[in-house]
Design a protein around this ligand. Structure first.
Ligand code: MTE
Ligand code: CO
Length: 441
C-alpha cells in the first residue's frame, strides 16, 4: 500500500471489537443454546458478555478451571498476557506510510489502566526500522567542545549511579491526522502515539561532566545508530536539567524497538528528540539544523512561515472509556476514564463534560500525579440516559495552561500543521451506545 490512498473517513479504520468472544467462548455460547442466559439477553436485559457465559461455569456449579490441575511453573519462562486478552495489541494503519520501516504503530490506550504503559504495548516510531545492536559492540561517543572526548561501552554506562524516573513520551505527530476534521474512529489511532514508562539510567549531566563541557558550548547533537542515523539538536540547558541516558524501561532492559541497548530520554519534549540506539553526542555552540528540525518537526503557520524548535508538549488529555473501541453497553452509571499529560510539569486539574462543553465537572485525579507523566483521571457520577451525549476532557497543568479547543488552536496555527495537535477531543455517544469521533463546530 502507498500514500496515494485517500485519507480515511470516520469509520474507515476497521477496529476489531475488543469484546469478541474467544473461540472457546463462542463455542460454549453456542452449546448453551437458548438457555436462561440466552433468553434474557434476547430480551435486552443482560450485557453481551454475561449472555455469552457458559452456565456450566456459573455458580452454584463448579467451574471447569476448578476441576483440573493447571500448568506448572516454567511453562512460560517469560510470561505473556492471558490468551483472552489477545486483541490488546499495538495497531498499524498501512496506508499512513509508504513502508513499515519508516512508520508508526499505536498504543491501545482504551485497554490500559493506571499511568504505566506495558513494554510490549508502547507505540513504535522508526525512521529506518528497528536496529539490532549487539550490546558488546555498542559504543556511545561524546566529543566536540569537551575537555576529554569519551567513548563509553554498555557496561561503562551501567556502572554510573543510576536514577529511575517515570515520563511520558508523545510523538509530535500524535493526532496529526485530525487537524482539519475528525478522521480516525478509535482512541488508539487518534491519541495512541503516547506511552508512559519508568526509565532507569544515568543523568546525561553526569556523562557531560565526565567529558567536561567547554564554557562556550550551548548545544548538543544527539544521533542514533539505526539505519536512519536520526539526529537532533538539543539545547545544553535541557541536557543538564533532566535528560537521561537509559538502559531500562519498567524495570527490564529496553525493548529493541524502544532503542536497545541505550536511548535518550528528554522529559516533556517531543518524542522525536528521544533518540534511540544512541551512538553519538557532539557538543557545539549552535544548532545543527538537521533534517528533523527544519524540513520535519516544524509547524507551518497560516502566513507561510514555520514555527521551529517547538519542543515542549503542551497539556493534553483524552477520554479512553467510553470511546469508539469501548461503546456504552447499557444505560445507567458509567465511570468516565481518561489520561492527561503536560510537557511542562504536573497536571493540576482535568474537567469533563458530557454535553459538549455546556457544563464541566472536575474529574478525580488518580495517584501518583507526577511531572511530565501520564495522569489517570475518572469522572464517577455520570449516568447515561440513552440520549446522544458529547464527551470531552480538558487538561489544565500546573503552569495554568488550559488545553484548547480545536477552533482556538486553528485560529492561531491554521490548518496546515501536522505536529502538536493538543486540542480537546469529542466523542459522541449515539443512542445505540456506539461512540464516534466527531468535531463540534
Ligand atoms: N531514534 C532513532 N534513532 N530513530 C528513530 O526513527 N524516532 C523518533 C524517536 N527516536 C526515532 C528515534 C520518534 S519520531 C519518536 S516519536 C520516538 O523515537 C518514538 O519512540 P518509541 O518508538 O519508543 O515509541
Ligand atoms: Co515522533
Amino acid at each position: 500500500m502507498n500514500k496515494t490512498k485517500p485519507p480515511a473517513k470516520p469509520g474507515n479504520i476497521q477496529i476489531p471489537s475488543i469484546d469478541q468472544p474467544t473461540d472457546s467462548g463462542r463455542r460454549k455460547a453456542l452449546l448453551a443454546g437458548l438457555g436462561a442466559a440466552g433468553g434474557a439477553a434476547a430480551a435486552g436485559l443482560m450485557t453481551p458478555s454475561r449472555a455469552l457465559a457458559d452456565p456450566a461455569n456459573l455458580p452454584p456449579n463448579v467451574a471447569d478451571w476448578s476441576k483440573v490441575l493447571g500448568p506448572g511453573v516454567d511453562v512460560a519462562p517469560y510470561g505473556m498476557p492471558s490468551k483472552f486478552e489477545k486483541t490488546v495489541i499495538r495497531r498499524y494503519v498501512d496506508w499512513l506510510t509508504a513502508t513499515p520501516e519508516s512508520s508508526i504503530n499505536f498504543t491501545p490506550l482504551y485497554a490500559l489502566d493506571g499511568m504505566v504503559t506495558p513494554n510490549g504495548l508502547c507505540f513504535e516510531r522508526h525512521h529506518g526500522g528497528v536496529a539490532e545492536v549487539i550490546p558488546d559492540d555498542y559504543r556511545l561517543m561524546i566529543h566536540g567542545m569537551v575537555d576529554r572526548p569519551l567513548v563509553f561501552t554498555y557496561q561503562d554506562l551501567k556502572r554510573f549511579p543510576p536514577q529511575s524516573r517515570f515520563y511520558f513520551l508523545e510523538c509530535a505527530a500524535n493526532g496529526g491526522m485530525e487537524w482539519r476534521g475528525a478522521q480516525l474512529n478509535g482512541v488508539q489511532f487518534t491519541h495512541g502515539m503516547v506511552h508512559c514508562v519508568q526509565y532507569t539510567g544515568v543523568p546525561l549531566r553526569t556523562l557531560l561532566e565526565e567529558a567536561g563541557v567547554k564554557p562556550k558550548a550551548k548545544w548538543l547533537l544527539v544521533e542514533g545508530g539505526d539505519s536512519a542515523g536520526m539526529n537532533r539538536s538539543l539545547p545544553l540547558d535541557k541536557a543538564l536539567d533532566d535528560c537521561m541516558v537509559v538502559y531500562s524501561m519498567n524495570g527490564e532492559r529496553l525493548r529493541a524497538e524502544q532503542g536497545y541497548p541505550i536511548r535518550l530520554v528528554v522529559p516533556g519534549f517531543e518524542g522525536n528528540m528521544w533518540v534511540k540506539w544512541l551512538r553519538r553526542i557532539e557538543v557545539g555552540d549552535g544548532a545543527w539544523m538537521a533534517r528533523e528540525e527544519t524540513s520535519k518537526y516544524t509547524d507551518l503557520m497560516p502566513d507561510g512561515r514555520a514555527r521551529r524548535f517547538t519542543w515542549e508538549m503542551d497539556a493534553k488529555s483524552v477520554i479512553t472509556s467510553p470511546c469508539p473501541e469501548l461503546p456504552c453497553k447499557q444505560k445507567g452509571p458509567q465511570v468516565i476514564k481518561g489520561i492527561a499529560w503536560s510537557g511542562r510539569g504536573k497536571i493540576a486539574r482535568v474537567d469533563v463534560t458530557v454535553d459538549g462543553g455546556r457544563n464541566w465537572h472536575q474529574a478525580r485525579l488518580e495517584d501518583p500525579v507526577l511531572p511530565k507523566c501520564l495522569t489517570r483521571f475518572y469522572l464517577d457520577g455520570w449516568s447515561w440516559d440513552g440520549n446522544p451525549a458529547y464527551l470531552q476532557s480538558r487538561a489544565i497543568d500546573e503552569t495554568g495552561y488550559v488545553q484548547p479547543e480545536m477552533a482556538a488552536l486553528q485560529a492561531v496555527r491554521g490548518v496546515n500543521s501536522i505536529y502538536h495537535n493538543n486540542a480537546i477531543q469529542t466523542w459522541r455517544i449515539n443512542p445505540t451506545g456506539e461512540v464516534e469521533n466527531v468535531r463540534l463546530a
